[in-house]
Design a protein around this ligand. Sequence first.
Ligand SMILES: Nc1ncnc2c1ncn2[C@@H]1O[C@H](COP(=O)(O)OP(=O)(O)OP(=O)(O)O)[C@@H](O)[C@H]1O
Ligand SMILES: [Mg+2]
Length: 347
Amino acid sequence: MGYIVPYLGIDLGTSNTQIYVRHKGIVIDEPSILVADRNAKRTVRAIGDDARVMLGRTTGESMAVRPLADGLTHDFDMTEEMLRYFVRKAIGASRLFRPRAVMTVPSRITPVERRVLRKAAVSAGIRENQLNLVDKSFASALGCGLPVFDPIGSMVVDIGGGSTEVAVISLGGIVASKTIRIGGVKMDEAIIGHIKRIHNIQIGDRTAEEMKISLGSALPLKNERKALVKGRDLITNLPQNTELSSTEVFEALRAPCQAILSAIQDVLSRTPPELAGDVMRKGIHLTGGASQLLGLDQYIASEFGITVLLAKDPLHCAALGVGHLAENYDQLHRIGRNSFLKEEKEE
Ligand SMILES: Nc1ncnc2c1ncn2[C@@H]1O[C@H](COP(=O)(O)OP(=O)(O)OP(=O)(O)O)[C@@H](O)[C@H]1O
Ligand SMILES: [Mg+2]
């Protein structure tokens, strides 16, 4: 009977959710958003890709909901609803059996938050005694091919939408780690704040994200680039355009980039010398969507004098990691056994 039971790897992210189905690969890759009515019942109108299409075009009666912040559930009902929809879409017809799953959770999660995420997954249809929670950074390290079970220190820096998780992993466990609530979303907010302050214009989240991707960088660009941004004049309240330069975006992103640097520094300083030596030799591995910010790898490399390697498929490392565990669930028991050195710091 075992062969009929679907086995899933779920990466529930602040910005995007992915589901890997054993023997199939990643079948769900959609934004973590819903559109729901503003009334007390909060009837859900669209989820994931369908909801994204409606973003910015919702009427007064409905609103966009992002149920996760910093990777944690801040809207339980909506997290559950979204997860149920994605799980059903992922397993399609084979809904006869409740699936087993390996799901990512942020490293600094408290027991209460862990229970909340577990409950959401179980209500979404996962079998209670067949749900394994795995640290997001561990999954990311595994997904980008690092030797996580070997007696070698590997450093992974996962820069997602809501948070950055830095971890040194060895022998199947996390040796030192740090999570900060700074990721792609905070970078977008920094750009919004800058344009508001300097140009007196309010721009939307999507515009800010587009500017970050098209003009943003962690190091100053040799050839400055410019783009026209559309927003609303804060004085006249009318639509207004303004020209934004890559130098301005670089300036705006300086603080979040520095925060990521300090988090890495903090973890390196708490890593036992031999494992830190491994990191020096093998380099620092970047995963997560926001690690693709132009020049971020070079910026980190030049500050520490350590090679920095951007993962091949940064947006999917965590999902590929839990997917690997869904394919090879005999490896699950090897995780955490040796995490006796585990250190976690709250920000
Ligand atoms: N080319 C790019 N340059 C800079 N940022 C990017 C690029 N592509 C995507 N991003 C950013 O990556 C972020 C999403 O990354 P990802 O999907 O890894 O996050 P997540 O896993 O949902 O979040 P978290 O792990 O924090 O819960 C968004 O903020 C997005 O703007
Ligand atoms: Mg993530």
